[in-house]
Design a protein around this ligand. Structure first.
Ligand code: ADP
Ligand code: MG
Ligand code: MG
Length: 504
């Protein structure tokens, strides 16, 4: 055991055993849709091949109590972020383009102005759907301190890897069933591999929105990126919706929607015109729910026309997952502002301290760079090695870490400080490794690497309806594992691999 009560990891295997496991793993992945489109510059319009997703050969040890804690917290976070999304004055103050971050962050400002216009026109659909993922790392305050769960961030838009995380949990169960991992570790037992049914859970959230919309023959729209490689993670949800809920899904990019989408003036119904492409010779379909797997980054809006397409979708009575206001609620600035206990208490009326304390304990210290005149920047300069700076962006690759911070602060114009938060770095346990398997890229085969694992818990919430209820659920988990020396953890960006937990 390491000082942090996690076992030495990974277990030792011979080269032969590792090769045997790798063959089983990659073939299982290819057979079970644990796959990506290959990274070629020009994708053929119709893909002819897929590659297995980057994966860890062994599940990674995770303390059972912290895993259960994270799952329990999700129910609270679902409610918390639903309440935040419904608080217009709060979002105006924190994210708005007149009083908040939207003044200095162009992307946030754009989104907020779209939302303001929608409010001026009258919001057509008061319900919102969130498919959330709350991300955590394990933290040790010092070498002898116990492991604690600390939140990295809370995602309210395009939370990905739900489907692939279920498939990788299945992969590790398969390796255990077929090889028992060659008896290399006593903790590798089936009772330590928790179930993960994220696909059905996330699809259930989308189906709940579809039902609330109340037109059974309508379709669900997935708004997707052109050139997306992580399409299978999305396809699994489509198949589940059709097979288990008899709901059909249409995938469209913003570019396609600029042509196909219309909102009927009187009813505000969203329809897509797709002549020649629909069953029974239909010309157009009604959309019940708009699920955004695009639209979370300014890169998805290269022209003002793209923002107008978002506006058009938002102006309909279709239920948005997420609405602009729920997207804004997921801002890093909101996460930071919540650490002010007065702000938090505004959203947690009716909660006891046993509800609240675990939430508070899951947070690292955070502050705004614009706080107290020079104070925010002074505090950051005083301890850059313990910090990460984050702007209002999603999707990885946007943060500034440790020794890069001073020079970054030197160059940052004063007005732009408001767009950034400082967050204490989570001190992850050391001494854990795994065998990471990536397709192609010159590192084919399993490479033993010292690693850090990030747990994500999925949940959904459907809220804003006339009865004021928040319907919500915790629906599964994800483990992403990255090389210890990489600051960031994006799988799509090639830094991390898909993994699952073995509870200890
Ligand atoms: P994004 O929305 O772009 O995913 P994150 O806040 O998740 O932004 O940051 C990206 C990555 O940076 C995380 O997956 C994690 O690996 C690392 N990271 C973020 N915050 C911290 C922190 N406080 N301590 C340690 N690592 C962090
Ligand atoms: Mg993240
Ligand atoms: Mg994020």
């Amino acid at each position: 055991m390491t000082s942090t009560s996690l076992p030495q990891w990974p277990p030792n295997v011979t080269d032969e055993q590792r090769s045997a496991l790798t063959l089983l793993a990659t073939t299982y992945a290819l057979s079970h849709g644990l796959v990506y489109l290959p990274p070629v510059d020009v994708q053929p319009p119709v893909p002819a091949s897929a590659i297995h997703a980057p994966l860890a050969l062994f599940p990674s040890p995770f303390p059972r109590n912290q895993f259960e804690l994270a799952k329990g917290l999700q129910r609270k976070y679902n409610v918390l972020y639903a309440r935040i999304a419904m608080d217009e004055a709060f979002l105006d103050n924190v994210m708005g383009a007149e009083k908040g971050v939207g003044r200095v962050d162009e992307f946030t400002g754009h989104l907020w102005r779209l939302w303001k216009r929608l409010r001026e026109q009258g919001i057509s659909q008061s319900r919102h759907l969130g498919l959330f993922r709350s991300d955590y790392l394990l933290h040790t305050a010092n070498e002898d301190a116990p492991l604690e769960l600390k939140q990295v961030e809370f995602n309210t838009i395009s939370s990905s890897f739900g489907a692939l995380s279920q498939n990788v949990a299945g992969l590790h169960r398969h390796l255990l069933a077929t090889t028992e991992y060659f008896n290399t570790s006593p903790i590798l037992r089936v009772e330590n591999l928790p179930p993960n049914d994220t696909i059905s859970g996330l699809a259930e959230g989308l189906a709940a929105a579809h039902r609330a919309y109340g037109s059974p023959s309508a379709w669900i729209l997935f708004v997707v990126q052109d050139g997306e490689r992580n399409v299978f993670d999305q396809r699994w949800l489509e198949y589940e919706l059709l097979e288990k809920h008899s709901i059909r899904v249409i995938r469209q990019t913003f570019e396609q929607l600029a042509v196909s989408a219309e909102v009927i003036p009187t009813s505000r119904i969203l329809r897509l015109r797709l002549p020649g492409l629909l069953p029974r010779g239909a010309e157009s379909i009604e959309i019940s729910t708009v699920y955004f797997r695009a639209g979370y980054t300014p890169k998805d809006y290269p022209t003002s026309g793209h923002y107008e397409t978002r506006y058009l979708l938002e102006s309909s009575i279709a239920i948005k997952c997420p609405s602009i206001q729920l997207q804004l609620a997921g801002g890093k600035k909101v996460q930071q502002v919540l650490t002010n206990t007065e702000v938090l208490s505004h959203f947690t009326s009716g909660w006891s301290s046993s509800d609240l304390d675990p939430i508070l304990n899951s947070w690292m210290g955070m502050w705004g760079l614009d706080e107290g005149g020079e104070e925010g920047v002074r505090r950051a300069r005083a301890q850059p090695q313990n910090l990460v700076l984050k702007p209002q962006r999603e999707g990885g690759g946007n943060n500034v870490y440790k020794s890069d911070i001073p020079a970054f602060l030197d160059a940052l114009p004063k007005v732009e400080r408001e767009a950034w938060i400082a967050m204490e770095l989570i001190r992850t346990p050391e001494g854990l490794g795994n065998y990471l398997v990536r397709a192609g890229g010159g590192t084919a085969g399993a490479v033993k690497t010292e690693v850090i694992s990030e747990l994500g818990i999925f949940g959904w919430a459907l809220f804003g309806g006339p009865d004021g209820a928040i319907e919500e659920k915790e629906v599964g988990w994800l483990l992403r594992t990255k090389g210890k020396d990489s600051n960031e953890g994006g799988i799509a960006a090639g830094f991390s691999v898909l993994d699952s937990v073995v509870l200890v």
